[in-house]
Structure formats: C-alpha cells, structure tokens
Write a new protein. Structure first.
Length: 194
C-alpha cells in the first residue's frame, strides 16, 4: 500500500528563509568597498558598487516580501517544497558574489549575463514552487493564486529579462541590470497597490 504524502507546517521553513536572506543582505553591505578618501569624488568613483548593492538589496527585499506574502496563505508544505526552497536559497546566496562581479565589471557581458541568469533561475524555481504550493494547498487555492500572482510576479519579469538578454547581446550588457531594476520597481509598485 503506497504511503500518503507527509505534509509539514511552514514555520521552520519561513524562519530559515528569513535567516538566510538576513545573512545575504548583511554580506552585501559588508562587501561594499570603502572610498579611498573621505571625499565626494571618492564616493562617486564607487557609484557602480553602490548601484549594484542597491539593486541586489532590492532583489533580496522583493524575494523576502514575496515569500512572506505567499506563506501567509500556505497551510502545509511537503519535502518537495522544502527542497525547492533550499534550491532557491542556494541560487539567492550567489547574489553577493555576483553583485561584486557586476560592480567591478559593469559593462561585461559575462558578469551581467551571470547576474541575470541567477535572477532567471530564481524566477523558474519560484514558478515550479508556485505550482507545487497550489497542488498541496487545494483548500486555499483561490487566496494562494492571488498571493502568488504568477503572471505579474513571475511571467512578466521573465519576459523582461529575456528582453534584457537580447539587448545585452546586441552590445549593451548593462541592460540586464536595468531590466532587473525595472522588474523590482514593478514588484514594489504592485505590492504597494494591494
């Protein structure tokens, strides 16, 4: 006789997710280089590092807010969802490394593509997780669908990133970072309006 799928509550997963995001954000700020002198010119010389930091901080904040919003409607999870979240955190944990990479090489196609690819992987993992959460929480399906907002939160950003990659390969690599910023600003606008 096949065993029934074992479901778990979400509190420990949420706490683990919160802790990892907090550590990533802390590492991001610790990786910011110090200006060589205490002058506006020295600060301005680090503008790409500050831009990369702000962008990555907003990515982390958006992921945390999205995760928090979803798990308010999730009653149970299974080991499949747990491992998808662990995979998500693995991909997100690369953000500090990739932030430094794009800060020091802002016009490099390789650095920008790796940064964008990380974000695309996050999007794909979130999409698969969304499908799994809907399946394991049928009693909350309507509320969960609204919280997941798959079209606006996952499909549209994915399309914007593909556009960024096309523009990057046409000779403007920094387009990937700007597409990332655009998707984050859209997400913030959406979350503030709901």
């Amino acid at each position: 006789m096949p065993s029934e799928r074992m479901y778990l509550e979400t509190e420990r997963l949420e706490a683990f997710y919160d802790a990892v995001i907090a550590i990533i954000v802390t590492i991001l700020v610790l990786e910011l280089p110090q200006p060589k002198t205490a002058s506006l010119a020295a600060i301005w010389a680090l503008r790409t590092s500050y831009f990369a930091y702000i962008l990555s901080f907003l990515v982390c904040a958006n992921l945390w807010q999205y995760h928090h919003g979803i798990y308010n409607h999730v009653k149970r999870i299974d080991s499949h969802i747990i491992w998808l979240n662990i995979l998500l955190l693995f991909v997100v944990s690369l953000i500090p490394y990739l932030t430094t990479f794009i800060a020091t090489n802002p016009n490099s196609l390789v650095s920008q593509a790796l940064y964008g690819l990380d974000y695309i992987c996050v999007d794909i993992i979130l999409f698969i997780t969304a499908k799994g959460l809907l399946k394991s929480n049928p009693e909350n399906k309507d509320y969960l669908k609204e919280a997941l907002n798959i079209k606006d939160s996952l499909i549209i950003p994915f399309a914007i990133f593909l556009l960024g990659f096309i523009i990057a390969f046409l000779g403007y690599p920094i387009a990937i970072s700007f597409c990332c910023l655009f998707t984050i600003l859209l997400a913030i606008k959406y979350s503030l309006s709901h």
